[in-house]
Design a protein around this ligand. Structure first.
Ligand code: MN
Ligand code: MN
Length: 301
């Protein structure tokens, strides 16, 4: 934030009137940066409640209210090398948008930087993941997103895990929080090649024990994708397709803390401001800090 609270910050006040394209702590230029934030205001395949295209704007607006220092990590986020290149121009075509995301992430990765993508709907992960062939993946999601195509398109948000499996291969994807799967997905022979960790079992055994049970199988380099509907609607009501009985916010933070140092790509998606009470935006903003903080901190979690 850069303010000590003694003066009224007109920048924050004015941001309520204008499209705000920079994350507050993203004070680095691209050249000098280590983390590259960008938004993808795309929601054209959303099947239920549209509006995640305004997610990037509202996450940035919520982020303005976070302190730049986090005492848990002892990190000043204005010093870690974050830049924000703004929102990508997107069309109504999911195929074009996914290709654009692939290209943008490709450039960022070739420069040795870490992309932080704010959606937008889950279909765009399919573009990003094409740059991570040799990686494993952690997904947070209520849904298995395992349809081969949906409403006539393979780049639908209901196909995100399926597209990722095609890139990464068997046994490398761990999806936490599953509680919504169609019978067609469930009976698909490929379904067992992704490890779906059901929300119900995480409630029963706890996130630490669940994570311990798969930790040895995790690839040593990871991509981390958060569909906000994986988190319980009590914590994250502003999503396109809410599902009861979800993960706790701290379950997701735990997984980020455990894996961030091995994570080279991060996205946070499906936040739909029209249905929010403000909490989903704040949580999405905070999870970005949790990712960067966990990655940069000298503390052990
Ligand atoms: Mn999803
Ligand atoms: Mn979902």
């Amino acid at each position: 934030m850069g303010s000590n609270g003694s003066q009224k910050d007109h920048g924050i006040e004015l941001s309520a009137y204008a499209s705000h394209r920079k994350l507050a702590d993203a004070v680095y230029d691209y050249e000098d940066s280590k983390y590259v934030v960008f938004g993808v205001p795309f929601d054209y395949t959303s099947s239920f409640r549209r509006g995640s295209s305004r997610g990037p704007l509202e996450v940035r607006r919520a982020y303005d209210n976070l302190e730049s220092f986090d005492v848990a990590y002892e990190i000043d986020f204005t010093k870690v090398g974050m830049c924000d290149i703004g929102d990508l121009y997107v069309t109504e075509s999911p195929d074009e948008t996914v290709d654009t995301v692939e290209n943008v992430v490709s450039i960022i990765r070739k420069d040795g930087k870490i992309p932080i993508m704010i959606g937008g709907e889950h279909s765009i992960t399919g573009g990003s993941i094409r740059n991570y062939h040799d990686y494993g993946m952690i997904i947070i999601d209520a849904h298995s997103d395992f349809r081969n195509d949906y409403m006539g398109n393979r780049n639908n948000h209901a196909c995100a895990t399926r597209r990722s499996l095609e890139v990464l291969g068997h046994g490398k994807i761990f999806s936490f929080g599953t509680r919504s799967t169609s019978i067609e997905e469930y009976q698909d022979p490929e379904y067992k090649n992704v490890t779906f960790l059901r929300s119900e079992d995480i409630h029963r055994y706890g996130i630490e024990s669940t994570y311990s049970s798969i930790e040895q199988k995790l690839h040593d380099r990871l991509y981390f994708s958060i569909d906000m509907d994986g988190i319980d609607p009590a914590f994250a009501p502003g999503v396109g397709t809410p599902e009861p009985y979800g993960l706790k916010d701290t379950d997701v933070r735990f997984l980020i803390r455990k894996t961030a140092k091995n994570t080279y790509g991060f996205d946070i998606l499906e936040f739909t401001p029209d249905f929010d009470n403000g909490n989903t935006a704040m949580l999405a903003a905070k999870l970005i800090q949790d990712f960067v903080g966990s990655r940069e901190t000298k503390k052990k979690f």
